[in-house]
Design a protein around this ligand. Structure first.
Ligand code: NAP
Ligand code: GFB
Length: 341
C-alpha cells in the first residue's frame, strides 16, 4: 500500500504469507496502515531466505527501510519433537563442503534464515528490524510469571530445544548489531498465536488449529474428538489480529533493543481442556471428547507476564478468547478448501 508519493517507510515483511503475516496484511488493508508506509509481504516464493544470495537479492530489490522478520520453520509440539535438529538448522555446519544452500533439507532453516535476514538488513542500512521470538523459548525450570529478563537463564524445554536456541540467537545478534554498529534491531516474544490462515495440519500444526480441523472431520464422520495428552497443560493464546496490531505499534513506537513479550495477561491462561471446550462450543460439536494420554503434554505451562507491554499500552484491548476462537472456526469452515492442512 503506497500513499501518494508520501512513502517514508518501505516495510518488508518476511514470512508474509503465514498466520502472523496475513494478520498484519489484513489490519494494514483494513486501514491501520499509515500514508507514509509502503508494505511488501514476501514468502519463500520471492526468496528462499536460507540462501544468502537470494536474501541479498531480495533486499537489493526492495531496499526496505524497515523489516518485520517473521519467516521461520514453525510448528506445534509434535513437529518440534520430531525435528529438533532441523528447527535449529544443523545441516548448515554438518554438511559436506560441496552441498549448496539449495540442497539443505527444506526444514533446516531457522538459524540460516535469521542470520541472512539480519546481516542483509545491516549491509543495506535498514533503519529498524523487528524479529519474532516465542514464549516457548524460555528456560523450562523457571519461576513464574516469566519476564523478558529470563530468556537465557537456563535450557529450554526438551521438546523444542532446536527452535528455542535458534530463536535465542536472534536476541544475541540484535545486541551485537546494536553494540558494534548501532543497529536498531529488536524482537517481540509472542505467546501461542492462532487465527485465520493458520497451519491447520493435524500432525504439524499447533493445538488450536489442530483441534479445529479434528472437530471439522469428527462432525463429518460422527466420531469422537481426540484431544492429545491429559488436557492439563496451560497456555496463554493471542489472537493473530491482536498480535498484528501490536506489531504495528512495536514497529512505529518501541525503541528498545531488549525484546518485549506480546501476550494476554496471566489471568487469561486456559488449560488445553478449556481450549478444546471452547472449540467444541464454537463448532457446535455434539460428539464425545476423549483424551489420548499416550501422547505428550509438552511444557506444562509457560506463563508469561505482559507487565512491560502494559506499561507502554495500559489500555490495549485483546479480543476475548472465545470470540477469537469463534472467528477462527468460522474462517476455517468457510475456507476449508484452501486452508493449509
Ligand atoms: P507460518 O504460518 O508457518 O508462516 C511461516 C512463514 O515463513 C511463511 O510465510 C513461509 O513462507 C515463511 N518461510 C518459511 N521458510 C522460509 C524460507 N526458507 N524462506 C522464506 N520464507 C520462509 O508461521 P507463523 O505462525 O506465522 O509464525 C511467524 C513467526 O511468529 C515465526 O517467526 C514464529 O516463530 C513466530 N511465532 C509463532 C507462534 C505461533 O503460535 N504460531 C508463536 C510465537 C512465535 P512459505 O509458506 O513460502 O514457506
Ligand atoms: O500448540 P502446541 O502444539 O505447542 O500445544 P506448545 C501442545 C499442547 O496441546 C500439548 C496438547 O499439551 C498437547 O498434548 N494437544 C492436545 C495438542 N491436542 C492437540 C492437537 O491436536 N495438536 C497439538 N499440536 N497439540 C509450541 C512449541 O509448544 O509452542 C513451538 O513447540 C512454538 O516451538 C509454539 O513456539 C508457540 O504450546 O506445547
Amino acid at each position: 500500500m503506497e500513499g501518494a508519493g508520501l512513502v517514508g517507510k518501505r516495510i518488508l515483511v518476511t514470512g508474509g504469507t503465514g498466520l502472523v503475516g496475513r494478520a498484519i496484511e489484513k489490519v494494514v488493508a483494513d486501514g491501520e496502515g499509515q500514508p507514509d508506509e509502503e508494505w511488501i509481504f514476501v514468502s519463500s516464493r520471492d526468496a528462499d531466505l536460507t540462501s544468502t544470495t537470494e536474501t541479498k537479492a531480495l533486499f537489493e530489490k526492495h531496499k526496505p527501510t524497515h523489516v518485520i522478520h517473521l519467516a521461520a520453520m514453525v510448528g506445534g509440539l509434535f513437529r518440534n519433537i520430531r525435528y529438533n535438529l532441523d528447527f535449529w538448522g544443523a545441516g548448515f555446519w554438518g554438511s559436506p563442503p560441496c552441498r549448496s544452500e539449495k540442497s539443505l533439507h527444506p526444514q533446516r532453516r531457522n538459524i540460516l534464515i535469521n542470520d541472512n535476514v539480519l546481516h542483509s538488513a545491516y549491509e543495506t542500512g535498514v533503519q529498524k528490524v523487528v524479529s519474532c521470538l516465542s514464549t516457548c523459548i524460555f528456560p523450562d525450570k523457571t519461576t513464574y510469571p516469566i519476564d523478558e529478563s529470563m530468556i537465557h537463564n537456563g535450557p529450554p524445554h526438551s521438546s523444542n530445544f532446536g527452535y528455542s536456541y535458534a530463536k535465542r540467537m536472534i536476541d544475541i545478534q540484535n545486541r551485537g548489531y546494536f553494540e558494534q554498529h548501532g543497529c536498531r534491531f529488536t524482537a517481540v516474544i509472542p505467546t501461542n498465536v492462532f487465527g485465520p490462515h493458520d497451519n491447520f495440519n493435524i500432525e504439524d500444526g499447533h493445538v488450536l488449529p489442530g483441534l479445529i480441523h479434528k472437530v471439522y472431520l469428527a462432525k463429518q464422520t460422527g466420531s469422537a474428538l481426540t484431544v492429545w495428552g491429559t488436557g492439563k497443560p496451560r497456555r496463554q493464546f493471542i489472537y493473530s489480529l491482536d498480535l498484528a496490531r501490536l506489531f504495528l505499534w512495536v514497529l512505529r513506537e518501541y525503541d528498545e533493543v531488549e525484546p518485549i513479550i506480546l501476550s494476554v495477561g496471566e489471568e487469561d491462561e486456559v488449560s488445553i481442556r478449556e481450549a478444546a471446550e471452547a472449540i467444541v462450543e464454537a463448532m457446535d460439536f455434539r460428539g464425545e471428547l476423549v483424551f489420548d494420554t499416550t501422547k505428550a503434554d509438552g511444557q506444562f505451562k509457560k506463563t508469561a507476564s505482559n507487565a512491560k507491554l502494559r506499561r507502554y499500552l495500559p489500555s490495549f484491548q485483546f479480543t476475548p478468547f472465545r470470540q477469537a476462537v469463534k472467528e477462527t472456526c468460522a474462517w476455517f469452515n468457510t475456507n476449508y478448501a484452501n486452508a493449509r492442512k
